[in-house]
Design a protein around this ligand. Structure first.
Ligand code: SLL
Length: 147
């Protein structure tokens, strides 16, 4: 559909991980439970723009390429080590043809100065970002206006 030349649509997002130590339930290869997520910064519904999120995990996981097709765009796992997660956003066809890759370092262990690890206090690392679509299609523009 028609492109709107002087228009920009901006979506504030947050992506990151929250990790809990399993304490007494920790085993050698499953010491932590963690969740990686991407969401609207004000909890806006990202399915307006996103059709699929692919989380690329470390090859030590079974089926390390994880696909999430509907919100919440998140994935929970358990493991023992920290690594970089690639979060690929795929947009609806009238939004953007290109995928957007985000890189996030999973953190399981708290910094030395934040006290001992407990099962109650998770380690949270979040990044705020803004996805900007310039010259949006008219169809996309009308869809977000009504949201
Ligand atoms: C390291 N760079 O060598 C890191 C890699 C990989 C962590 C950490 C797998 C869990 C499972 C898991 O936690 N991998 O087998 O289900 O320290």
């Amino acid at each position: 559909s028609k492109k709107l030349k002087d228009v920009e649509i901006s979506f504030p997002i947050v992506y990151g991980t929250i990790a809990f130590w399993l304490g007494k339930k920790a085993s050698e290869y499953h010491s932590h439970k963690w969740t990686v997520y991407v969401r609207g910064a004000g909890n806006e519904d990202l399915s307006v723009i996103i059709k699929r999120v692919v989380f690329q995990l470390h090859p030590s996981f079974n089926n390390p390429t994880r696909v999430v097709e509907s919100p919440p765009f998140e994935l929970s796992e358990s493991g023992w080590g920290e690594f970089e997660i690639v979060i690929s956003l795929f947009f609806h066809s009238d939004v953007c043809d290109k995928q957007l890759d985000l890189y996030h370092q999973l953190k399981l262990y708290p910094d030395d100065d934040s006290g001992p690890q407990t099962t109650k206090k998770p380690v949270v690392i979040e990044t705020y970002d803004e996805i900007v679509f310039s010259e949006p299609s008219e169809a996309f523009f009308l869809r977000v206006q009504n949201h």
